[in-house]
Design a binder for this molecule. Structure first.
Ligand SMILES: Cc1cc2nc3c(=O)[nH]c(=O)nc-3n(C[C@H](O)[C@H](O)[C@H](O)COP(=O)(O)OP(=O)(O)OC[C@H]3O[C@@H](n4cnc5c(N)ncnc54)[C@H](O)[C@@H]3O)c2cc1C
Length: 532
């Protein structure tokens, strides 16, 4: 065998370091399987850092009768909240009501209503919203999250930023999640349980050799090729799931994935309270306006067909205008392109269930095993951040039908790194951290606790003054933290740090980001030299 062949045979080889790949790798490693995961760029560099960042049941999916998906996601919200109280937290959503609100014309509910109540002419009546929220409150066994209530918007903080025509709203619960940190913490935990996590490593091909897979990878930084052997292949390529099936593994399947781009805009903070808005549009779609990173508001999302996964998704001027016009139907102070400080865009890899519109395509996941007389391959289609742990459990069930000695499910109730503290324990952790590191401001300490939880103290090492943390890159990002991110969290470039491990890119100048990138490149180079 050639030198670059890894002669060890792993049980699972996972393609894709998004939330689904990393969630599966963590679950599998904890069940005693040997796992290698290859991600061609940075972890969470594709869809899993571009979501709306909600652990949610998906209120609007009720109109599509997606009860299984909504119920599973609702129950899962609180399981996840307990396992990661640092990077996820409850949020209240305010849904302003107006009698002209309309359905997306294709929902089963709107079709049913147009038959039994034709005079409604596509309008979404208040009683239906109340019924939906009643189901939302009761389908998922809530214990932590408060239930729905009706709000009179007059003279309230929630009513203040809205136009006067909105007198009434409904308020309900869902949760926030730092999506890209979720991915990295799953990868770290997988590695701690024995998985081999390879970033910047592209899978070029995979072929069956009897009972094994022979997988060829290339390191994107130094070009080094490598061959891996595995008993089972997991295709968690997200938007590339079809590309992997057809051009990397070259098998025939009729399963398809539908790529639907979703874009967000970020503005300076548009209102003064900490709740989100759920806005219904005249076209039947909905968007959220969400308090973001203390000083900003996040608005999204769009639904646009996207043909090729390798076309980097960007928020087009048309999508930006759509979101601005949509928000302007609600906010009293009109916003414009001048208010937008950042945009991002991601591609949903939806299982192709033949729905005619992007909005209507199912958000549920589908797992398909292909054996073709040889080693098994599992293809992952669709899914949501919210259901990643359940998706991983279902994937491991399929794995256990193909490999021996797979242990029982274990991830429910086991915290992610830094998440081993009570759901309502953030304030105590912040005070504790400020007590240990007296130089921290409240904002700085809270940022660190929200990112690293109980591990924040290790990020700061044994510093007694800010100088002990090394170079200050700006916006409270220090050398000490960057070293943690490079050594423990797979960060390689400034982009990994300021747009995925945190969102300090919103606060740092291009020059500061450039300095950080140069510093990281120099540190990588000296690590390389030391290794030679
Ligand atoms: C706009 C938008 C908003 C959303 N909002 C929410 C939300 O609020 N809540 C929620 O629960 N869900 C939400 N979702 C859905 C959720 O983000 C996705 O379902 C999820 O992130 C998909 O994860 P994934 O791991 O399948 O894909 P990805 O995160 O895309 O990961 C796939 C990875 O595979 C890698 N890869 C591909 N080919 C190769 C190869 N040949 N070799 C090595 N690596 C490869 C890619 O680089 C990529 O990193 C949203 C999605 C979008 C687009």
């Amino acid at each position: 065998m050639a030198d670059n062949t890894d002669t060890d045979v792993t049980d699972l080889f996972v393609i894709g370091g998004g939330i689904n790949g990393c969630g599966i790798a963590r679950d599998a490693a904890g069940r005693g399987l040997s796992v290698t995961l290859a991600e061609m760029n940075d972890l969470a560099s594709a869809t899993s850092s571009s979501s709306t960042k909600l652990f949610h049941g998906g209120l609007r999916y009720l109109e599509y009768f997606e009860f299984r998906l909504v119920r599973e996601a609702l129950i899962e919200r609180e399981v996840l909240l307990r396992a990661m109280p640092h990077i996820s937290w409850p949020m209240r959503f305010v849904l302003p009501y107006h009698k002209d609100m309309r359905f997306e014309s294709e929902t089963p509910t709107s079709r049913l209503l147009s038959i039994v109540m034709p005079w409604m002419k596509g309008r979404r009546p208040a009683w239906l919203i109340r019924l939906g929220l009643f189901m939302y409150d009761n389908l998922g066994g809530r214990k932590i999250l408060p239930g729905t209530k009706t709000l009179d918007l007059g003279d309230t903080a929630e009513g203040a930023p809205l136009q006067d025509r909105f007198a009434k709203a409904y308020e309900y619960s869902d949760c926030w999640i730092e999506d890209s940190r979720l991915v990295v913490l799953n990868a770290r935990d997988a590695e701690a349980r024995g998985a081999n996590i390879l970033t910047r490593t592209k899978v070029l091909s995979a072929e069956r050799e009897g009972d094994l897979w022979r997988i060829e990878t290339r390191n994107n930084e130094d070009g080094a090729p490598k061959i891996h052997l595995a008993r089972m292949l997991i295709n968690a390529g997200g938007p590339w799931v079809g590309d992997i099936i057809h051009s990397k593994v070259r098998i025939n399947t009729t399963e398809g994935v539908r790529l639907v781009r979703g874009s967000h805009i970020v503005t300076r903070r548009l209102y003064d309270h900490d709740k989100c808005y759920f806005f219904q549009g005249t076209d039947g779609r909905i968007i959220f306006a969400i308090p973001y990173e203390n000083d900003f508001t996040l608005i999204g999302t769009t639904d646009a067909e996207h043909d090729d996964p390798s076309d980097k998704p960007v928020c087009t001027p048309q999508e930006q205008r759509y979101l601005i016009d949509f928000a302007n139907q609600y906010f009293a102070r009109k916003i414009s392109e001048d208010d937008v400080v950042w945009t991002y865009s991601g591609v949903r890899p939806l299982y192709d269930d033949g729905a005619s519109s992007a909005t209507a395509a199912t958000r549920d996941y589908t797992l398909k095993v292909d054996k073709d007389g040889g080693a098994p391959m599992l293809n992952v289609f669709g899914g949501k951040i919210t259901t990643y742990r359940r998706l991983a459990e279902s994937a491991l069930e399929k794995v256990s039908q193909n490999l021996p000695d797979v242990k029982a499910p274990w991830t429910a109730g086991v915290p992610l790194p830094g998440g081993d503290f009570p759901v309502d324990g953030v304030d105590d952790l912040v005070s504790d951290l400020k007590g240990r590191f007296a130089f921290l401001s409240e904002t700085w300490a809270r940022r660190l606790v929200r990112a690293y939880g109980t591990e924040a103290q290790f990020v700061l090492n044994k510093a007694t003054t800010p100088d002990d943390l090394g170079y200050d890159f700006g916006a409270t990002l220090t050398e000490s933290e960057v070293i943690w991110l490079m050594d423990k969290e797979y960060a390689r470039t400034a982009e990994d740090v300021v747009w995925r491990r945190n969102k300090l890119g919103l606060r740092l100048s291009a020059e500061q980001i450039g300095t950080l990138d140069d510093w990281m490149a120099a540190r990588r180079a000296s690590a390389c030299n030391a290794a030679e």
